[in-house]
Design a protein around this ligand. Structure first.
Ligand SMILES: Nc1nc2c(ncn2[C@@H]2O[C@H](COP(=O)(O)OP(=O)(O)OP(=O)(O)O)[C@@H](O)[C@H]2O)c(=O)[nH]1
Ligand SMILES: [Mg+2]
Length: 414
């Protein structure tokens, strides 16, 4: 984990990944990156239909929604205009200082004007020190809760001998940990059902040690609502495939027995490579703004239950990020998924800095050190969404090189 301030982090990050960046730049220039080439590169029109691929209904015509946030007001809104929403995190007592830092930034950049409540949950009771330290950071309401055993356990259908062997053999980040697997299972299937979230319709997930680089001068919850978005994200990457060897096949089994669940204009193509295999693309769920009716739907619940019964949260190490992302890409329409590319954000060790942020006067990040937007998964998302929403558009979704691989994720574990 990086210990220095943002500048040191940037420098280490930059030098460590210079070779990968140079390789990416070279590859990008070789293939070229104008829009037709992007399409050709991703073979969008030539995806294979091998045996693990399900049938996709033909796309119907879509309307392009307004992507412009509502008029900016720096006045504190009336509490009656606030959405039923909260900033939510599963955290540990030991996260106190990292969480205070994240909250300070959310407050300064956004929430001091909106006062959305915070909800924090933990698998053990929060200490008084933690609660005081967190409440000191905001004038908004803060609620603290614990989990029930059901949502934080190794289920009885998991074979203990097999599971212990898996943990011993695992050679991927957090592979030896029980708690990380329970955390991923909880965030996949239980957080949205926690009793403290009963009265909210939207959540914005927060983690310790994240940073917000830009003023957020509109209400993202209202923006989601007004545009009919169900899932909002900010960073997309490829996953460590060793953590999810059977997630895709398990998903395909599920979808094949529930074909009606596949959205008419889903982004399923975003998930697959030219061979029809899962390409690992997923939204980073440490930042996600979600209309919780999606996770609370009987469809999502059925998907989670199916995954859970298969045992992959424990026999492998399925993350909540690929689970949420695959569900969003399959069960939502493309119009319901929004890329918050205007929100400057950092989660160790990835920077997402909006384009032209250095001229806006509202950001403190350097976009030249932020290359996640040029990554395979984000460019692919934009290309496919545009193809679905606006097939006749000649607007370029991406200029310049495309970066492949997952250098930023690896950096944390080297
Ligand atoms: N209460 C509780 N929270 C946890 C536990 N493990 C992780 N979390 C929380 O779950 C969230 C995700 O955990 P992280 O360790 O940040 O996972 P990650 O971001 O995938 O991994 P890193 O890249 O290593 O940070 C954070 O808010 C953690 O505080 C746990 O055992 N108990
Ligand atoms: Mg984290």
């Amino acid at each position: 984990m990086f210990l220095g301030g943002p500048t040191v982090r940037y420098q280490r990050f930059f030098w460590r990944h210079l070779p990968v960046m140079l390789a990416g730049i070279l590859a990008g220039y070789i293939v070229g990156c104008n829009k037709p080439a992007v399409r050709q590169l991703f073979s969008l029109n030539a995806l294979s239909t091998n045996e693990i691929q399900f049938q996709q209904p033909p796309p119907t015509s879509l309307t392009t929604e307004s992507l412009t946030p509502a008029a900016i007001s720096l006045e504190e809104p009336e509490s009656s205009t606030r959405m039923r929403a909260a900033i939510v995190g599963l955290v540990r007592n030991s996260d106190l200082f990292g969480l205070r830092m994240a909250m300070r930034q959310i407050e300064d950049r956004f929430n001091r004007r909106y006062n959305y409540p915070y909800i924090f949950v933990n698998d053990v009771p929060f200490t008084d020190e933690f609660k005081k330290g967190i409440r000191d950071m905001t004038k908004a309401k803060v609620q603290f809760g614990t989990l029930d055993h059901e949502s934080w356990k190794v289920p009885e259908w998991i074979n203990a001998t097999r599971y212990e062997q898996v943990k011993r053999d695992a050679r991927y980040p957090h592979g030896e940990k029980d708690s990380y697997r329970k955390m991923c299972r909880f965030q996949s299937g239980y957080l949205h059902r926690h009793p403290l979230l009963r009265d909210i319709d939207y959540y914005w997930r927060i983690e310790p040690d994240v940073e917000y680089y830009c003023d957020i001068e509109y209400d993202p919850f209202a923006f989601m609502h007004n545009n009919g978005f169900k899932y909002g994200w900010n960073i997309a990457m490829t996953e460590f495939m060793d953590t999810i060897p059977t997630l895709w096949n398990t998903t395909v089994e599920f979808v094949n027995s529930h074909p009606e669940m596949l959205a008419t204009n889903s982004l399923w193509e975003w998930l697959v490579d030219a061979n029809g295999d899962y390409n690992g693309c997923h939204f980073w769920s440490n930042f996600e703004i979600v209309d919780l009716s999606f996770y609370r739907s009987s469809q999502y619940q059925a998907y989670f239950d199916y995954l859970d019964r298969s045992g992959g949260f424990f026999y492998e190490r399925w993350g909540d990020a690929p689970v949420h992302s695959i569900a969003a890409a399959l069960f939502l329409n493309a119009t319901q998924i929004h890329y918050f590319d205007d929100i400057g954000y950092f989660h160790p060790s990835v920077v997402s800095c909006p384009a032209n942020s250095r001229f806006s006067g509202k950001c403190v990040c350097d976009e030249s050190k932020s290359f996640v937007q040029n990554g395979y998964c984000i460019v692919r998302f934009k290309a496919i969404k545009q193809m679905l929403l606006n097939p006749n558009s000649t607007e370029s979704v991406h200029e310049g090189p495309i970066h492949y691989g997952q250098p930023a994720i690896k950096a944390v574990y080297e």
